[in-house]
Design a protein around this ligand. Structure first.
Ligand SMILES: CC(C)(COP(=O)(O)OP(=O)(O)OC[C@H]1O[C@@H](n2cnc3c(N)ncnc32)[C@H](O)[C@@H]1OP(=O)(O)O)[C@@H](O)C(=O)NCCC(=O)NCCS
Length: 219
């Protein structure tokens, strides 16, 4: 629990309804088919609960940092959001996967700019370190691109956010949390704000030990 009364827990079935509501509150520009529902979150509780983190204010669900393990192939990085998420069910989860795929990071609009996303990122980095995985990969949305898309390509926009010349309410937060942009993902997701683009972002685990038995959990 922090000063604001926010605590972080792993995902549990009793949070599934609140998580469905949180999706709608956090992603107003996403197509309905891109949003996860209660049934998806109930599945995540079974597949990989120790890697899915929920921020709570009392009983209220106010944030989510979610994902699963996968052998991501950086030689063929192009993919679509709902394909890699198995339409929200995370059934591509491979307990031996070298990377954590970041499927969702969202904080309710009323609770933003209090460091909740940072705590959720830190929780995800913690499990990656504990399980000795290589890092965290994700398709990062660029919701503020909509304001610039009439006169700038998505690549140029991302390059300018990385250079610190433009601020993106999502990508800038990810860069501050240690991510770098690997490449652009075209037609990643149906999102009017990001114009369907995402940036493939990567955080590399500085403690990854390739001499340890691959993916051996820390004692
Ligand atoms: C992106 C998102 C998850 C960030 O959540 P958040 O909890 O507001 O993030 P944080 O509070 O950790 O950090 C955000 C900003 O708040 C600032 N901040 C953190 N604690 C603060 C505090 N106590 N007082 C003031 N500002 C604070 C951070 O410095 C950062 O600002 P900066 O980038 O100008 O430095 C949230 O905006 C969101 O849900 N967006 C919509 C969904 C989305 O796009 N998700 C990502 C999909 S890829």
């Amino acid at each position: 629990m922090d000063d604001n009364g926010i605590r972080i827990d792993i995902i549990r079935p009793q949070y599934a309804k609140g998580l469905e509501r949180l999706q709608r509150d956090c992603f107003p520009t996403l197509a309905d088919s891109e949003l996860m529902r209660e049934e998806h979150f109930l599945m995540h509780c079974k597949l990989f609960p120790e890697g899915n983190f929920v921020a709570l204010h009392g009983e209220r669900v106010v944030g989510l940092g979610a994902g699963f393990l996968i052998d991501f192939d950086f030689r063929r990085p192009q993919h679509r959001f709902m394909d890699i998420l198995a339409h929200g069910y995370y059934t591509n989860h491979n307990p031996k996967g070298a990377y954590y795929y970041g499927a969702d990071m969202s904080v309710h609009p009323d609770y933003r700019r209090r460091g909740i996303a940072r705590r959720l990122y830190d929780a995800r980095k913690g499990i990656i370190r504990k399980l000795n995985r290589r890092g965290l990969v994700a398709g990062g949305l660029i919701p503020d691109y909509a304001k610039h898309k009439a006169y700038m390509s998505a690549e140029e926009y991302v390059a300018r956010v990385v250079a610190g010349e433009l601020y993106d309410s999502t990508l800038s937060v990810q860069l501050k949390n240690g991510f770098r942009v690997v490449t652009m993902l075209r037609d990643y997701i149906e999102d009017s704000a990001s114009d369907n683009w995402a940036a493939l972002i990567l955080w590399e685990n500085p403690d990854y030990d390739r001499h340890r038995h691959p993916h051996q959990a820390r004692a």
